[in-house]
Write a protein that binds this ligand. Structure first.
Ligand SMILES: Cc1cc2nc3c(=O)[nH]c(=O)nc-3n(C[C@H](O)[C@H](O)[C@H](O)COP(=O)(O)OP(=O)(O)OC[C@H]3O[C@@H](n4cnc5c(N)ncnc54)[C@H](O)[C@@H]3O)c2cc1C
Length: 291
C-alpha cells in the first residue's frame, strides 16, 4: 500500500478528512461526489477516549477494500490504555493499513468535563509507540497559531511541535484563515531544523455556528471582517456557502503560490463546497498519459 510520505515527496497531494458517519446513505453520496477528484489519500477521524474506535476502524477497512481511496487512520492517545492502542495498531497492520495520523485528541464537543487520564500524555509519545509497532507512515497535527492549551506560549509550543514532527514523517495543520500563520509555523519549524512536509488544512465554511465553535476550540482566529460578512449573509440561502467557497479558494490560491506540499480539506462529510473549491483551484484527476 502507498505511504503518504512517498506521495508527498512526489506531490503536491490532495486529501480529504472524513469522520465515521452515522448516516451511511448520506456519506455514500459525499464519497461518490468526492472520489472522482482522485484524492491522494483520505483520513478518518478517531473520537478521543476511543468513542469511535470501532467505527473508525470499520470505515478505514471498508475504504481500503471497496474503493480506490487510500485511507489514513487517525489514532488518539487521550484517555486510552497503551495496550488498547497497540491492539488497534496490530489490527491495522494485519489488515494492510500503512498510514496513521498520531494525535492526542480532544474531548468530543458534547463531552462535559475533562477526559480521564490515559497511559500516554502527548502525541509525540504515540508517534514513538506507532513506530515501535510497525513500519507505518506517521503523520501528526500542528497548529499554525499555536495549540490553545499552550495559552500563547508560542515558543514552547513550537518546540514541542518540532520535536514531534522530527520523529514523524509529515504534519497536517489545523484549519486557519490567514496564510501568514501557516508560513510563520513552517519558518519556525525550519529554524528548529525540521523540514518535513507540513500540509495546510483548509475548511470551507458552509455553516457559521459550527465553524465558529470549531475555530474557538482549535485556537484558530476567525477574522472579524469575515465573521461580520458571514453574519450579514446568514439569512440568505446559499450566501454563507458562497462566501465560504470564495474565502477557501483565495486561501488555496495563496498556498499554491507558496508551493505547499499538498492541500488537505476538512470536508465535514459534505461534498458541495469542497468540490467547488477544488474545481476553482484546478484540483482533480491527474491527466493520464496518452501512450
Ligand atoms: C490534522 C488534524 C487531525 C485531527 N484529528 C483528530 C481526531 O481524529 N480526533 C480528535 O479527537 N482530535 C483530532 N484533532 C485535534 C487534536 O487532537 C487536538 O488539537 C488536540 O488538542 C491536540 O492534539 P495534538 O496531537 O496536537 O497534541 P500534542 O502534540 O500532544 O499537543 C497538545 C498540547 O501539549 C503540548 N505539549 C506537547 N508535548 C509536550 C511536552 N513534552 N511537554 C509539555 N507540553 C507538551 C503542546 O504544546 C500542546 O499545547 C486533529 C487535529 C488536526 C490538526
Amino acid at each position: 500500500m502507498a505511504k503518504v510520505h512517498d506521495l508527498l515527496a512526489a506531490g503536491p497531494t490532495l486529501s480529504f478528512e472524513f469522520w465515521p458517519p452515522r448516516n451511511r446513505e448520506t456519506f455514500a453520496r459525499t464519497l461518490s461526489a468526492l472520489a472522482p477528484l482522485a484524492p491522494d489519500f483520505v483520513s478518518v477521524t478517531y473520537g478521543a477516549a476511543g468513542s469511535t474506535r470501532d467505527r473508525t476502524h470499520e470505515l478505514v477497512i471498508e475504504l481500503l477494500r471497496t474503493s480506490s481511496l487510500l485511507p489514513v487512520a487517525h489514532l488518539c492517545c487521550a484517555a486510552q490504555r497503551r495496550a488498547d492502542l497497540v491492539e488497534t495498531l496490530d489490527r491495522y497492520r494485519a489488515e494492510g493499513i500503512d498510514n496513521i495520523l498520531a494525535l492526542r485528541g480532544d474531548p468530543p464537543l458534547d463531552h462535559d468535563g475533562a477526559l480521564p487520564e490515559g497511559d500516554l500524555r502527548y502525541a509525540a509519545e504515540l508517534v514513538e509507540l506507532v513506530r515501535g509497532v510497525g513500519d507505518f507512515s506517521v503523520g501528526v497535527a500542528v497548529h499554525p497559531e499555536g495549540h490553545p492549551d499552550s495559552k500563547g506560549a508560542l515558543e514552547s509550543d513550537l518546540g514541542h511541535a518540532a520535536a514531534k514532527l522530527g520523529a514523524a514523517d509529515y504534519a497536517i495543520t489545523q484549519f486557519f484563515f490567514r496564510v501568514e500563520d501557516y508560513l510563520r509555523l513552517v519558518d519556525g519549524l525550519e529554524a528548529r531544523g525540521v523540514e518535513k512536509p507540513v500540509v495546510p488544512g483548509i475548511m470551507p465554511i458552509d455553516r457559521i455556528g459550527q465553524v465558529a465553535r470549531m475555530a474557538e476550540m482549535a485556537g484558530t482566529t476567525f477574522p472579524p471582517d469575515l465573521a461580520a460578512r458571514l453574519e450579514a449573509a446568514r439569512e440568505i440561502p446559499g450566501d454563507v456557502a458562497s462566501i465560504g467557497i470564495e474565502v477557501a479558494t483565495e486561501l488555496g490560491q495563496k498556498l499554491q503560490a507558496e508551493d505547499v506540499p499538498g492541500l488537505h480539506f476538512y470536508t465535514m462529510n459534505r461534498a458541495t463546497s469542497v468540490s467547488t473549491v477544488c474545481a476553482n483551484l484546478g484540483l482533480g484527476p491527474r491527466p493520464t498519459s496518452s501512450t
